[in-house]
Ligand binder design. Structure first.
Ligand code: PEP
Ligand code: MN
Length: 375
Protein backbone atom coordinates (compact mmCIF):
# COMPACT_ATOMS: atom_id res chain seq x y z
CA UNK A 1 0.00 0.00 0.00
CA UNK A 2 1.22 3.53 -0.74
CA UNK A 3 -0.05 6.67 0.98
CA UNK A 4 0.60 9.81 -1.08
CA UNK A 5 0.94 12.91 1.08
CA UNK A 6 -0.07 16.38 -0.05
CA UNK A 7 2.82 18.54 -1.36
CA UNK A 8 2.56 20.78 1.73
CA UNK A 9 3.60 17.93 4.08
CA UNK A 10 7.17 17.51 5.28
CA UNK A 11 8.96 14.35 6.32
CA UNK A 12 9.16 15.69 9.91
CA UNK A 13 5.65 17.16 9.87
CA UNK A 14 2.71 16.40 12.19
CA UNK A 15 0.69 14.74 9.39
CA UNK A 16 3.20 11.91 9.01
CA UNK A 17 3.53 11.53 12.80
CA UNK A 18 -0.25 11.25 13.01
CA UNK A 19 -0.36 8.57 10.29
CA UNK A 20 2.44 6.64 12.01
CA UNK A 21 0.55 6.72 15.30
CA UNK A 22 -2.62 5.41 13.62
CA UNK A 23 -0.75 2.60 11.87
CA UNK A 24 0.69 1.34 15.15
CA UNK A 25 -2.68 -0.38 15.61
CA UNK A 26 -1.79 -2.77 12.81
CA UNK A 27 0.89 -5.31 13.78
CA UNK A 28 3.10 -6.77 11.05
CA UNK A 29 3.16 -3.58 8.98
CA UNK A 30 6.46 -1.87 8.23
CA UNK A 31 6.24 1.85 7.48
CA UNK A 32 8.72 3.43 5.12
CA UNK A 33 8.49 7.11 4.13
CA UNK A 34 10.10 7.81 0.75
CA UNK A 35 10.93 11.32 -0.48
CA UNK A 36 10.95 12.17 -4.21
CA UNK A 37 12.61 15.45 -5.13
CA UNK A 38 11.28 16.61 -8.50
CA UNK A 39 12.03 19.76 -10.47
CA UNK A 40 9.22 21.84 -8.99
CA UNK A 41 8.00 19.85 -6.01
CA UNK A 42 8.90 17.28 -3.40
CA UNK A 43 6.55 14.38 -2.91
CA UNK A 44 6.42 12.13 0.13
CA UNK A 45 5.03 8.65 -0.17
CA UNK A 46 4.50 6.36 2.80
CA UNK A 47 5.10 2.77 1.75
CA UNK A 48 3.43 0.14 3.89
CA UNK A 49 4.93 -3.32 3.67
CA UNK A 50 3.64 -6.55 5.21
CA UNK A 51 0.14 -7.37 6.39
CA UNK A 52 -1.70 -4.39 5.02
CA UNK A 53 -4.96 -6.12 4.03
CA UNK A 54 -6.78 -5.01 7.22
CA UNK A 55 -5.88 -1.35 6.86
CA UNK A 56 -8.95 0.59 5.71
CA UNK A 57 -8.13 2.83 2.75
CA UNK A 58 -11.11 5.12 3.46
CA UNK A 59 -9.99 5.90 7.01
CA UNK A 60 -6.50 6.85 5.88
CA UNK A 61 -7.80 8.93 3.00
CA UNK A 62 -9.72 11.02 5.56
CA UNK A 63 -6.55 11.82 7.51
CA UNK A 64 -4.91 15.24 7.46
CA UNK A 65 -2.26 15.63 4.77
CA UNK A 66 -3.29 12.56 2.76
CA UNK A 67 -3.84 13.05 -0.96
CA UNK A 68 -4.69 9.47 -1.83
CA UNK A 69 -4.01 5.84 -1.03
CA UNK A 70 -3.47 2.92 -3.40
CA UNK A 71 -2.93 -0.77 -2.98
CA UNK A 72 0.08 -1.92 -4.97
CA UNK A 73 0.93 -5.20 -6.57
CA UNK A 74 3.95 -6.96 -5.12
CA UNK A 75 5.81 -6.50 -8.40
CA UNK A 76 8.09 -3.47 -8.68
CA UNK A 77 6.78 -2.12 -5.39
CA UNK A 78 8.99 0.98 -5.42
CA UNK A 79 9.79 1.59 -9.06
CA UNK A 80 6.43 0.51 -10.51
CA UNK A 81 3.62 2.75 -11.66
CA UNK A 82 0.99 0.31 -10.29
CA UNK A 83 -1.88 2.18 -11.85
CA UNK A 84 -1.98 4.83 -14.52
CA UNK A 85 -2.60 7.43 -11.79
CA UNK A 86 1.00 7.52 -10.52
CA UNK A 87 2.85 10.15 -12.43
CA UNK A 88 6.59 9.86 -12.05
CA UNK A 89 8.23 13.02 -10.74
CA UNK A 90 11.84 12.00 -11.34
CA UNK A 91 14.73 13.57 -9.50
CA UNK A 92 17.20 16.43 -9.50
CA UNK A 93 20.96 16.01 -9.48
CA UNK A 94 23.56 18.72 -9.93
CA UNK A 95 20.86 21.10 -11.10
CA UNK A 96 19.81 18.66 -13.83
CA UNK A 97 16.37 17.14 -13.95
CA UNK A 98 15.84 13.50 -14.84
CA UNK A 99 12.39 12.06 -15.46
CA UNK A 100 10.30 10.38 -18.13
CA UNK A 101 10.03 13.67 -20.05
CA UNK A 102 13.61 14.90 -19.85
CA UNK A 103 16.26 14.36 -22.50
CA UNK A 104 20.03 14.21 -21.99
CA UNK A 105 22.96 13.15 -24.13
CA UNK A 106 25.78 11.61 -22.09
CA UNK A 107 28.93 11.33 -24.18
CA UNK A 108 32.53 10.33 -23.73
CA UNK A 109 35.06 7.55 -24.12
CA UNK A 110 34.57 4.03 -22.87
CA UNK A 111 37.49 4.49 -20.47
CA UNK A 112 39.47 7.40 -19.09
CA UNK A 113 42.83 7.44 -20.89
CA UNK A 114 45.00 10.57 -20.92
CA UNK A 115 44.47 14.02 -19.36
CA UNK A 116 45.00 15.55 -22.83
CA UNK A 117 42.21 13.53 -24.47
CA UNK A 118 39.97 14.07 -21.45
CA UNK A 119 40.43 17.83 -21.62
CA UNK A 120 39.78 17.81 -25.38
CA UNK A 121 36.56 15.91 -24.82
CA UNK A 122 35.24 18.16 -22.04
CA UNK A 123 36.12 21.27 -24.05
CA UNK A 124 34.31 19.86 -27.07
CA UNK A 125 31.23 18.96 -25.00
CA UNK A 126 31.13 22.45 -23.55
CA UNK A 127 31.27 23.87 -27.07
CA UNK A 128 28.26 21.83 -28.19
CA UNK A 129 26.29 22.54 -25.00
CA UNK A 130 26.49 19.09 -23.42
CA UNK A 131 27.03 19.03 -19.64
CA UNK A 132 26.83 15.28 -19.03
CA UNK A 133 29.73 12.96 -19.80
CA UNK A 134 30.60 9.29 -19.53
CA UNK A 135 33.93 7.55 -18.92
CA UNK A 136 35.04 4.55 -16.95
CA UNK A 137 37.84 4.57 -14.41
CA UNK A 138 37.11 0.97 -13.42
CA UNK A 139 36.62 -1.25 -16.45
CA UNK A 140 35.36 -4.84 -16.37
CA UNK A 141 37.08 -6.50 -19.35
CA UNK A 142 36.53 -9.87 -20.95
CA UNK A 143 40.26 -10.64 -20.98
CA UNK A 144 42.41 -10.16 -17.87
CA UNK A 145 45.19 -8.86 -20.14
CA UNK A 146 43.13 -5.94 -21.47
CA UNK A 147 43.28 -2.40 -20.03
CA UNK A 148 41.26 -2.39 -16.79
CA UNK A 149 41.05 1.39 -16.37
CA UNK A 150 43.23 3.79 -14.38
CA UNK A 151 41.15 3.30 -11.22
CA UNK A 152 41.12 5.85 -8.41
CA UNK A 153 44.40 7.42 -9.54
CA UNK A 154 42.76 9.33 -12.42
CA UNK A 155 39.77 10.64 -10.49
CA UNK A 156 41.28 13.91 -9.14
CA UNK A 157 42.31 15.23 -12.54
CA UNK A 158 39.18 13.96 -14.28
CA UNK A 159 36.97 15.81 -11.76
CA UNK A 160 39.04 18.98 -11.89
CA UNK A 161 38.95 19.07 -15.69
CA UNK A 162 35.22 18.34 -15.69
CA UNK A 163 34.63 21.31 -13.39
CA UNK A 164 36.78 23.53 -15.58
CA UNK A 165 34.53 22.87 -18.61
CA UNK A 166 31.16 22.98 -16.85
CA UNK A 167 30.51 19.23 -16.89
CA UNK A 168 27.85 18.71 -14.24
CA UNK A 169 27.86 14.92 -13.99
CA UNK A 170 29.94 12.00 -15.25
CA UNK A 171 28.51 8.48 -15.58
CA UNK A 172 31.14 6.11 -14.16
CA UNK A 173 30.85 2.39 -13.72
CA UNK A 174 31.49 0.91 -10.28
CA UNK A 175 32.40 -2.73 -9.80
CA UNK A 176 32.42 -2.93 -6.02
CA UNK A 177 31.40 -0.95 -2.95
CA UNK A 178 34.91 0.43 -2.42
CA UNK A 179 34.64 2.28 -5.76
CA UNK A 180 31.67 4.29 -4.45
CA UNK A 181 33.77 5.40 -1.47
CA UNK A 182 36.70 6.30 -3.71
CA UNK A 183 34.45 8.42 -5.93
CA UNK A 184 32.86 10.13 -2.94
CA UNK A 185 36.16 10.80 -1.13
CA UNK A 186 37.87 12.17 -4.24
CA UNK A 187 34.94 14.44 -5.09
CA UNK A 188 35.00 15.78 -1.53
CA UNK A 189 38.75 16.29 -1.58
CA UNK A 190 38.52 18.21 -4.90
CA UNK A 191 35.72 20.45 -3.61
CA UNK A 192 32.98 18.83 -5.71
CA UNK A 193 33.74 20.46 -9.06
CA UNK A 194 31.36 18.01 -10.80
CA UNK A 195 29.02 15.12 -9.97
CA UNK A 196 28.95 11.39 -10.61
CA UNK A 197 26.22 9.02 -11.76
CA UNK A 198 27.08 5.50 -10.65
CA UNK A 199 26.83 3.09 -13.54
CA UNK A 200 25.98 -0.54 -12.94
CA UNK A 201 27.30 -2.38 -15.97
CA UNK A 202 25.53 -5.20 -17.71
CA UNK A 203 27.98 -7.72 -16.22
CA UNK A 204 26.86 -6.72 -12.72
CA UNK A 205 23.17 -6.47 -13.51
CA UNK A 206 22.40 -9.17 -10.95
CA UNK A 207 25.20 -8.54 -8.51
CA UNK A 208 22.74 -8.07 -5.68
CA UNK A 209 25.30 -6.99 -3.07
CA UNK A 210 26.53 -4.23 -5.39
CA UNK A 211 22.94 -3.23 -6.14
CA UNK A 212 22.27 -2.97 -2.41
CA UNK A 213 25.43 -0.89 -1.98
CA UNK A 214 24.42 1.69 -4.63
CA UNK A 215 20.87 1.60 -3.26
CA UNK A 216 21.80 2.27 0.33
CA UNK A 217 23.70 5.47 -0.43
CA UNK A 218 21.76 8.58 -1.40
CA UNK A 219 24.57 10.77 -2.67
CA UNK A 220 24.71 9.51 -6.26
CA UNK A 221 22.01 8.59 -8.80
CA UNK A 222 22.36 5.20 -10.46
CA UNK A 223 22.40 4.37 -14.15
CA UNK A 224 21.43 0.71 -14.23
CA UNK A 225 22.21 -1.23 -17.40
CA UNK A 226 19.98 -4.11 -18.37
CA UNK A 227 21.65 -7.50 -18.07
CA UNK A 228 22.80 -8.61 -21.52
CA UNK A 229 21.11 -11.99 -21.09
CA UNK A 230 18.36 -11.08 -18.66
CA UNK A 231 14.68 -10.71 -19.33
CA UNK A 232 13.23 -7.28 -18.83
CA UNK A 233 11.46 -8.55 -15.73
CA UNK A 234 14.69 -9.83 -14.21
CA UNK A 235 16.44 -6.52 -14.83
CA UNK A 236 13.55 -4.48 -13.44
CA UNK A 237 13.59 -6.64 -10.33
CA UNK A 238 17.28 -5.89 -10.00
CA UNK A 239 16.44 -2.16 -10.11
CA UNK A 240 13.91 -2.77 -7.39
CA UNK A 241 16.84 -3.90 -5.21
CA UNK A 242 18.36 -0.44 -5.59
CA UNK A 243 15.10 1.34 -4.80
CA UNK A 244 14.19 -0.95 -1.92
CA UNK A 245 17.41 0.09 -0.16
CA UNK A 246 16.23 3.71 -0.26
CA UNK A 247 17.71 5.22 -3.42
CA UNK A 248 15.03 6.12 -5.95
CA UNK A 249 17.31 8.16 -8.22
CA UNK A 250 17.55 5.45 -10.85
CA UNK A 251 17.78 5.57 -14.64
CA UNK A 252 17.18 2.34 -16.53
CA UNK A 253 19.43 1.76 -19.53
CA UNK A 254 18.81 -0.51 -22.52
CA UNK A 255 22.08 -1.59 -24.16
CA UNK A 256 21.15 -4.50 -26.40
CA UNK A 257 20.85 -8.22 -25.70
CA UNK A 258 23.61 -10.75 -26.32
CA UNK A 259 22.71 -13.13 -29.13
CA UNK A 260 24.18 -13.98 -32.51
CA UNK A 261 20.85 -12.85 -33.99
CA UNK A 262 22.04 -9.26 -33.75
CA UNK A 263 25.10 -9.85 -35.96
CA UNK A 264 26.79 -7.98 -37.54
CA UNK A 265 25.93 -5.67 -34.67
CA UNK A 266 27.53 -6.35 -31.28
CA UNK A 267 24.17 -6.95 -29.61
CA UNK A 268 20.53 -7.15 -30.64
CA UNK A 269 19.04 -3.67 -30.27
CA UNK A 270 16.21 -3.72 -27.71
CA UNK A 271 15.09 -0.10 -27.82
CA UNK A 272 11.44 -0.95 -28.46
CA UNK A 273 11.45 -1.64 -24.72
CA UNK A 274 11.70 2.13 -24.07
CA UNK A 275 7.90 2.58 -23.96
CA UNK A 276 7.51 -0.71 -22.09
CA UNK A 277 9.82 0.37 -19.26
CA UNK A 278 8.12 3.77 -19.15
CA UNK A 279 4.74 2.06 -18.83
CA UNK A 280 5.80 -0.44 -16.17
CA UNK A 281 7.94 1.87 -14.05
CA UNK A 282 8.45 5.48 -13.07
CA UNK A 283 12.08 5.43 -14.18
CA UNK A 284 13.61 7.61 -16.88
CA UNK A 285 14.89 5.37 -19.68
CA UNK A 286 18.31 5.61 -21.30
CA UNK A 287 19.52 3.91 -24.48
CA UNK A 288 23.11 2.94 -25.21
CA UNK A 289 23.53 2.66 -28.99
CA UNK A 290 27.33 2.26 -28.74
CA UNK A 291 27.31 -1.09 -26.96
CA UNK A 292 24.21 -2.22 -28.83
CA UNK A 293 25.59 -1.63 -32.33
CA UNK A 294 29.29 -1.81 -31.47
CA UNK A 295 30.68 -0.51 -34.79
CA UNK A 296 30.85 2.67 -36.82
CA UNK A 297 29.36 1.24 -40.04
CA UNK A 298 27.46 3.58 -42.31
CA UNK A 299 24.25 2.76 -44.20
CA UNK A 300 23.93 3.73 -47.89
CA UNK A 301 21.97 6.83 -46.84
CA UNK A 302 25.12 8.25 -45.22
CA UNK A 303 23.89 7.69 -41.67
CA UNK A 304 25.79 5.50 -39.19
CA UNK A 305 24.01 2.43 -37.79
CA UNK A 306 24.67 3.90 -34.32
CA UNK A 307 22.55 6.94 -35.31
CA UNK A 308 19.80 4.80 -36.82
CA UNK A 309 19.62 2.64 -33.69
CA UNK A 310 19.54 5.73 -31.47
CA UNK A 311 16.72 7.16 -33.56
CA UNK A 312 14.67 4.04 -32.81
CA UNK A 313 14.99 4.72 -29.09
CA UNK A 314 14.53 8.49 -29.24
CA UNK A 315 11.48 8.37 -31.52
CA UNK A 316 9.80 6.13 -28.93
CA UNK A 317 10.56 8.49 -26.03
CA UNK A 318 14.02 7.67 -24.62
CA UNK A 319 15.10 10.15 -21.93
CA UNK A 320 18.84 9.76 -22.29
CA UNK A 321 21.45 8.55 -24.75
CA UNK A 322 24.73 7.13 -23.47
CA UNK A 323 27.11 7.32 -26.39
CA UNK A 324 30.83 6.69 -26.76
CA UNK A 325 32.87 9.52 -28.24
CA UNK A 326 36.63 10.11 -28.36
CA UNK A 327 38.88 12.83 -29.85
CA UNK A 328 40.76 10.11 -31.77
CA UNK A 329 38.63 6.95 -31.72
CA UNK A 330 41.36 4.72 -33.13
CA UNK A 331 43.61 5.64 -30.21
CA UNK A 332 40.98 4.81 -27.54
CA UNK A 333 42.15 2.15 -25.06
CA UNK A 334 38.78 0.44 -25.01
CA UNK A 335 35.93 0.02 -27.54
CA UNK A 336 37.76 2.10 -30.16
CA UNK A 337 35.66 0.56 -32.96
CA UNK A 338 32.43 2.12 -31.72
CA UNK A 339 33.42 5.61 -30.51
CA UNK A 340 32.27 8.62 -32.54
CA UNK A 341 34.76 11.35 -33.42
CA UNK A 342 33.89 14.99 -32.74
CA UNK A 343 32.49 15.74 -36.17
CA UNK A 344 30.29 12.62 -36.03
CA UNK A 345 29.21 13.65 -32.53
CA UNK A 346 28.11 17.09 -33.72
CA UNK A 347 26.05 15.50 -36.46
CA UNK A 348 24.67 13.02 -33.92
CA UNK A 349 23.45 15.79 -31.61
CA UNK A 350 21.69 17.59 -34.46
CA UNK A 351 20.18 14.33 -35.73
CA UNK A 352 18.91 13.33 -32.27
CA UNK A 353 17.36 16.76 -31.69
CA UNK A 354 15.44 16.31 -34.95
CA UNK A 355 14.27 12.85 -33.86
CA UNK A 356 13.28 14.17 -30.44
CA UNK A 357 11.14 16.83 -32.16
CA UNK A 358 9.48 14.06 -34.15
CA UNK A 359 8.72 12.24 -30.90
CA UNK A 360 7.14 15.43 -29.50
CA UNK A 361 4.97 15.67 -32.65
CA UNK A 362 3.91 12.03 -32.23
CA UNK A 363 2.87 12.71 -28.62
CA UNK A 364 0.87 15.76 -29.78
CA UNK A 365 -0.91 13.63 -32.42
CA UNK A 366 -1.71 11.01 -29.74
CA UNK A 367 -3.05 13.66 -27.37
CA UNK A 368 -5.30 15.11 -30.07
CA UNK A 369 -6.62 11.64 -30.84
CA UNK A 370 -7.37 11.07 -27.15
CA UNK A 371 -9.29 14.33 -26.93
CA UNK A 372 -11.29 13.35 -30.04
CA UNK A 373 -12.09 9.94 -28.58
CA UNK A 374 -13.32 11.48 -25.33
CA UNK A 375 -15.54 14.11 -26.97
C1 PEP B 1 30.09 0.84 -20.59
O1 PEP B 1 29.10 1.55 -20.75
O2 PEP B 1 31.21 1.30 -20.46
C2 PEP B 1 29.93 -0.62 -20.56
C3 PEP B 1 30.92 -1.42 -20.19
O3 PEP B 1 28.72 -1.02 -20.95
P1 PEP B 1 27.95 -2.42 -20.67
O4 PEP B 1 28.02 -2.66 -19.18
O5 PEP B 1 26.59 -2.16 -21.18
O6 PEP B 1 28.68 -3.47 -21.47
MN1 MN C 1 32.52 0.65 -23.86
Amino acid sequence: MIIFLKPTCGIEGPELANINAYLEKFPGVRIKPVEFQGETRTVIEVHLIGQTHNIPIDAIEQMRGVERVIRVSTKYRQIGRHEAGISPIGFMYQGLHFDQDSFHIVAGPCAVDTPEYTEMLFKFLQGVGVTTARMGAYKPRTSPYDFQGHGAACLPWVFELAGKYGIKAIAMEVLKEQHIEELFNTLEACGRPTGVILQIGTRNAQNFELLKAVGSQKEFPVLYKRGMGLTLEESLNACEYIASEGNNKIIFCLRGAKTQLGAPHRNLVDFIHVPVVKRLTRLPVCIDPSHSVGRRDMAPDGILDIFHASAQGVVTGANMILVECHPEPDAALCDSQQALNFSQMEQFIEDMQAVRETYAKRVAIANRALVRQMS
